[in-house]
Every structure is written in structure tokens, then in C-alpha cells.
Design a protein around this ligand. Structure first.
Ligand code: LMR
Length: 329
């Protein structure tokens, strides 16, 4: 029986192999929105190298960084349509599909990557990653980026009151919106690819992101103040198209699956180091004034944002809260 991978069909891929035995010749596309010196791209690169080497070049993995193939707004739909076989979006971009993807936006929940990984690898996390099944999308493994920090053009932020009247860009979602409204600030969701210009033109006063994203997209060029907050996170998961995934023969799938594992390992190993390096680079460039909060100031923010938990308990679920708190230790 002839066998054609759903991902095939482009001329250069040579179509699927004729037999169900052996590694199928195919081209796989991986699209993402961030720069190349980031945890997500390094994970994707490790995955590509592994798959191409292990398949003796029969499988080609094309990575499209910087929203060069699809951006925030259309990458999911194109995964559903199998125009791209892998994406690794910030989980907070899926809150429209399932409000439980708001977990990375819950204030001061996870202190570090390990805690976030423990949650997403656990039972509840796995359940949430699997919740896009009806769209023909499979959530495979969580890839961390890191804690987010706040930048803006108005003032050095040291207390909740400093947020009053400012407008921030967020990745989107009900919880991030509530974080800013609780602090008396406005918020707007803007695609990542449009963020630099939005900051430059003053469409918003500020934004929150990881050091890695701030540095690699040079947001410090168009922002005057940064407060190290670590109040929310950017965490990704690698998602694939179910039909593509199930359509691979055993040998092909074994290599691709091991490639995903390899990418996951590298993304998890590199995230903290890349973010630390990014902070050093931001300091060296000296474009932005950096504020570190005292433990007392951090407590003030924790207290101010605490009501968010009650507000979203019903929507996100007490069971999810419990699993997250357990992972946070
Ligand atoms: C953002 O939109 O700021 C980030 O979620 C981008 C990313 O994928 O890290």
C-alpha cells in the first residue's frame, strides 16, 4: 500500500516513500516567532540536527525563526492545516482555546524553570497540553524560557503604585489582563513581531518579557526602564499536527520522536544560561536603567496580585492550582 506523509508534497521533499518500511523522505517545517539566540531556537536547532543526522538526511527539518513563515496570530491555524508540522508557542497564547493555559501568567507561582517543568511534565500539565486534540493538535513537551520582567518608558517601577496609568503590551490572556488592571494599568495584546515598533512609536508604554526576548529583539533600545520582577513566565510547549504525527511509519516516527526529546533536553538545559547571558548583554549595552526589587518590594507585589488567584480559581480549576503549588514546592 502506498504511503504518503501528510507533510510531504512539496517538490523538493520528493514525496513520501513508496513502502511503509524504512525512513520516509520528508521535509518537516518548524515555525516560531523569536530570534535565533534564544532557548526556543536552540531547542529547534538541536532537534533538526539530531533528526537530519539520524535519518542520514532523508528527513529535512526547516526552521523558520522571527515570524518569517508564520506569526503569533496564524501559526496555530497553519499547524491545524498541516502547513507547518511543529510550533512552540508561548502557552499564554492558547488561553482562547483553554483558560488553563494561563498558568504561566499566574503571579509569582513558579520561582524557576524546574518548578514550571515539574508542573507541565506532571499529570495536570500533560492533560492541559493534550487539550487541543479536538483541533488535531498534539502537545508534546514543555520547553521553558524563563521569568518575565517589566520594561517601560515612563518611570523606574519599584511598587504597585508605579504601574498606575501606564499601558502595557501583553502576550494576551485573561490573567495578564487582570494583572495589569489590578495594578491600575492598561494592557493590550500585540503580536511579538510588531512589539518593537509598538514600543518605539509609543502605542504602549511598556511590556513584560524574558531577558532573552528583551535582549535578542533589542527592546532596551526603545525602553528606558526595566524592573527585574520574575512575576510571570514565558513557557512553551512543542506542538505537532496529529495527522502528520500518526502518519509517519515506525522508523520515521522513532527518529522524529527522539529528535523532539533531544530538542527538549537542549531547550531545558539552555534556557537559564541564555537568559543570564542576555541580562549581561543588556547591562553591557547600557541602554536601559535596571531596577532590582528588595524582598520587601517583592512582597508588596505579591500581596497586590494575590486576589488574581481567587478571581480565576473557577475558570482554571482548584485541581490545577493544587498541582501547580505542589510543583512549586
Ligand atoms: C512574546 O510574544 O512576547 C513571547 O511570547 C514570544 C515568544 O515566543 O517567546
Amino acid at each position: 500500500v502506498g504511503f504518503v506523509l501528510a507533510a510531504c508534497g512539496s517538490e523538493e521533499s520528493g514525496g513520501g516513500s513508496e513502502s511503509a518500511d524504512g525512513v520516509q523522505e520528508t521535509t518537516i517545517k518548524f515555525s516560531h516567532v523569536v530570534a535565533e539566540n534564544t532557548p526556543k531556537h536552540q531547542g529547534a536547532l538541536a532537534m533538526k540536527e539530531y533528526i537530519e543526522a539520524e535519518s542520514d538526511g532523508k528527513i529535512t527539518v526547516e526552521i523558520y525563526p522571527n515570524s518569517s513563515l508564520f506569526g503569533d496570530q496564524d501559526e496555530y491555524q497553519n499547524l491545524v492545516s498541516n502547513n507547518v508540522q511543529f510550533i512552540a508557542p508561548d502557552l499564554s497564547k492558547f488561553v482562547g482555546n483553554n483558560p488553563q493555559f494561563n498558568v504561566p501568567s499566574l503571579p509569582f507561582l513558579f520561582d524557576n524553570d524546574d518548578e514550571a517543568i515539574a508542573f507541565w511534565d506532571g499529570e495536570k500539565g500533560t492533560e492541559i497540553l493534550g487539550s487541543l486534540e479536538a483541533d488535531g493538535v498534539l502537545g508534546l513537551k514543555m520547553w521553558p524560557n524563563g521569568g518575565k520582567h517589566v520594561t517601560n518608558n515612563e518611570r523606574a517601577i519599584t511598587s504597585p503604585a508605579d504601574f498606575k496609568g501606564l499601558k502595557f503590551r501583553t502576550q494576551g490572556g485573561q490573567v495578564l489582563e487582570a494583572v495589569y488592571s489590578t495594578l491600575g494599568a492598561g494592557s493590550e495584546s500585540i503580536p511579538f513581531s510588531e512589539l518593537y515598533t509598538a514600543l518605539d512609536q509609543g502605542v504602549v508604554d511598556g511590556q513584560e518579557n524574558t531577558f532573552s526576548n528583551i535582549e535578542s529583539k533589542k527592546f532596551d533600545e526603545v525602553q528606558e526602564f526595566m524592573t527585574i520582577m520574575n512575576h510571570t513566565r514565558v513557557d512553551y510547549a512543542i506542538f505537532t499536527n496529529t495527522e502528520f504525527w500518526e502518519g509517519m511509519n515506525e522508523e520515521t516516527k522513532a527518529i522524529v520522536e527522539a529528535g523532539v526529546e533531544e530538542g527538549t533536553k537542549v531547550a531545558r538545559e539552555e534556557a537559564l544560561t541564555l537568559n543570564e547571558k542576555a541580562l549581561e548583554l543588556i547591562k553591557e549595552r547600557g541602554e536601559i536603567e535596571i531596577t532590582e526589587l528588595t524582598p520587601e518590594q517583592v512582597e508588596e507585589f505579591k500581596t497586590a496580585l494575590e486576589p488574581i488567584y481567587e478571581e480565576f480559581e473557577e475558570e482554571i480549576g482548584a485541581d490545577v492550582y493544587e498541582a501547580a503549588r505542589e510543583a512549586a514546592g
